[in-house]
Design a protein around this ligand. Sequence first.
Ligand code: FAD
Length: 522
Amino acid sequence: MQACDLAVVGSGFGGSLLSMIAARLGLRVILIERGRHPRFAIGESASPLAGILIEQLADRYDLPRVRPLSAFGTWQRACADVVCGLKRGFTYYRHELATAYRPAADRRNQLLVAASPSDELSDTHWLRADVDHFLLREAIAVGVDYIDEVELDDVAWGSDCQTLGGRRHGRRLHVAARFVVDASGPRGFLSRVLRIDNEAFADYPRTQALFSHFAGVARCDAMPDYASDERPPYPPDDAALHHIFDGGWMWVLRFGNGVTSAGVAVTDSLAAELRLADGRPAWDRLLGRYPTIAAQFAGSEAIREFTWMPQLAWRVPAAAGEGWAMLPSAAAFVDPLFSTGIPLTLLGVERIARALADSPTAPQLAGYAATTLAEADHTARFIAGCYAAFPHFDVFSAYSMFYFASASFSEMARRVARPRHDARFLGADHRRFAEAIIRLSPRYAAPGEDYLMEVAGAIDPLNIAGLCDPAKCNWYAIDFDDAIRAADKLEVEPDVVARAVRRAGRAQRQARTEATEDRGSQ
Ligand SMILES: Cc1cc2nc3c(=O)[nH]c(=O)nc-3n(C[C@H](O)[C@H](O)[C@H](O)COP(=O)(O)OP(=O)(O)OC[C@H]3O[C@@H](n4cnc5c(N)ncnc54)[C@H](O)[C@@H]3O)c2cc1C
């Protein structure tokens, strides 16, 4: 029997980060893992909101060794052995059946949205085997007790203590904790022992996924099919690259070690046509439909087995109760589209950390559970609209602006120190914005001629990034002047935004200078 204040079940990045924070709050923490690090994990593409959340959590809880993971430049200098990739933005190409991709003159079959102005400040793709192992080592270094290869099978609830029971290497093990956080991911520990059924999201298409890691995947910007005389806002492959087609989409995420993560998320009907459960043969069948995607993978080799997920989206009916809470990733998942999983998990870490600063009260836990599930439902409504829009790329690119507006707004709101801790993901707490995500969803109504302008009107209160501008022809570079001009939407003076932008620029220059000096002194 081991005793602690907090037991965290699952040592993915979420579990390890929360454990570290709790240790910094002075709690005795035991982190319990079923497997053993390093190990493969999916969920690799971070985002601007994820970056600022890491920065703020690291500053708030004195975790200086975690902070560099907030951007590519700092990451490379502080922990280059932890593999990541550049994510300068979000790249989308629309593919037609049995037809080679060719960029349309007006760029109507592509969308490029920059998320950072430079490699230095860029977001990242996380090779999760490395990142999760690194964070676990950091957790142990700040005093978290870690037990791996534990098969938990039981929980007994007491009035102020819960006891987890399981086996490790054939021997019985018990952990008594005042509070339990389930960070064990999809259909995780508490779902199973409490027999909490996973349910489908209301009015959401059934979807499946198939994915692997590859070597030798070609870059689109080196392929003749994508050739163009124009210079894009960032190298399109140094981004979360998406191939969109009827019934689903493919992600292509490059890491710095030559490995590429790729997979598809598709509706059940396309999955049935492709016989997705077959794994590799199904992947080949998909490539057989789209010649330019096939050409990108022609010289590639899968370096691990394919994983098939027969039901991608799910949620639990309850995400917290007396003495326990689930991280968002143990409570729900929608789709990898728009990389919502990592920021939602980090928001959950932030919220649970605040509650742990004292003993979490029943109203706090009820509030946490309601927020977590409301954000998942809101995200599902948005992604359902995206699936409906896939066959009409102009509609998809217009509707996607709801995500880009809310993501850039929440990042900048945090940067200009407007600390609204109750701010919700994807503008869920902005009533008119959230209603418009439903009203303008391509799932419910066929978009009219003025659809882009309707979306432009709806996102306006959060649009600080010059989005929905037809003159930009689907290429959105970073222009900080947009944010400075829109300072009133953030309820600050333009000068405050300008200072935040200058701070980022200064940090970038200083980092470059230090790197040059380091190279000089070696
Ligand atoms: C196909 C797919 C693609 C995705 N892509 C993205 C993306 O690009 N960007 C993004 O932001 N999000 C993405 N996500 C979501 C992302 O994977 C999750 O948000 C993220 O992994 C959550 O991290 P975590 O540490 O909370 O949980 P996990 O990464 O799920 O880690 C859970 C840990 O708990 C351990 N565990 C499980 N059961 C037990 C048990 N009973 N006892 C003890 N330990 C246990 C596991 O071994 C694991 O180490 C994707 C999800 C899927 C399914």
